[in-house]
Design a protein around this ligand. Structure first.
Ligand SMILES: C[S@@+](CC[C@H](N)C(=O)[O-])C[C@H]1O[C@@H](n2cnc3c(N)ncnc32)[C@H](O)[C@@H]1O
Length: 230
């Protein structure tokens, strides 16, 4: 819009909407490149105005946009702050985590950022003598995990909140599937609070400056599962 107005006022040319969208996409991609954003942002930035135009031309009911916005808000919530989006781990990871847990004692386990709760529900089913907790900041995945634990009558428990409010000293095993941006703060919290001899696990993302004691690959050729004995 600004490009169209500027074109008319400054140069006396009327810029067609399609050309303005292309120009805006190119400008956004160039700015992203200049500010050093990851390369995958460039096509997103370029295509966004064009995709928006195409969507508007479908003349969809405005309420639909509100519904989609609320759903995405519930799913991603404070990703802009945590830098950790939602994506669930799968059965191969759950199996590998189960194999790393201390075997002959009841344990307290927490999944920090538990998403829709798959890991906690799986482990709670395997180890009824132990306590499995998930904590999730985004309301929609938390609600899904809460409803799943109710419908399965699982002993797994889900807290809605930020894992920084938890005391890691209460757990024998802390599992994280977060993002590279979250690892330094997780490392500091784990070092400050976890008891000696307890286990910190991270799927896919290692911890800078902290060599893992063990690395396994749940899926051949897939991401690693790192473990640290504290
Ligand atoms: C990659 S998903 C992992 C989900 C789950 N652990 C699994 O294995 O399926 C990461 C989740 O962590 C949540 N998360 C990110 N930062 C958080 C925080 N500070 N406290 C609680 N949850 C957080 C995100 O909302 C997201 O659902």
């Amino acid at each position: 819009m600004v490009l169209m107005v500027c074109g008319r006022w400054l140069a006396g040319v009327s810029v067609p909407l399609e050309a303005a969208a292309l120009l805006q996409g190119a400008l956004a991609a160039a700015l992203s490149h200049w500010r050093g954003l990851a390369p995958w942002w460039l096509p997103i930035q370029f295509l966004f105005p064009i995709a928006s135009m195409a969507l508007l031309s479908l003349d969809l009911p405005p309420g639909l946009f509100l519904v989609v916005f609320v759903l995405l808000l519930g799913l991603y919530w404070s990703t802009f702050r945590t830098q950790v989006p939602f994506y669930p781990s799968g059965p191969a990871v759950w199996e590998a985590v189960a194999g790393l847990l201390p075997q002959h004692q009841a344990i307290r386990f927490v999944d920090v950022g538990s998403g829709v709760g798959g890991l906690v529900l799986d482990l709670a089913g395997r180890r009824p003598e132990s306590t499995f907790v998930g904590i999730e900041v985004a309301p929609l995945p938390w609600l899904a995990s809460f409803l799943r634990t109710r419908s399965r009558r699982s002993s797994g428990r889900f807290i809605r909140g930020d894992y920084f409010s938890l005391d890691f000293a209460r757990y024998d095993v802390v599992f994280a599937y977060l993002s590279p941006a979250a690892m330094p703060a997780l490392r500091d919290k784990a070092k400050a609070e976890m008891r000696s001899g307890t286990l910190l696990l991270s799927y896919e993302f290692s911890i800078p400056g902290m060599a893992p004691d063990d690395i396994t690959w749940p899926d051949p050729g897939g991401p690693a599962l790192y473990s640290w004995r504290m």
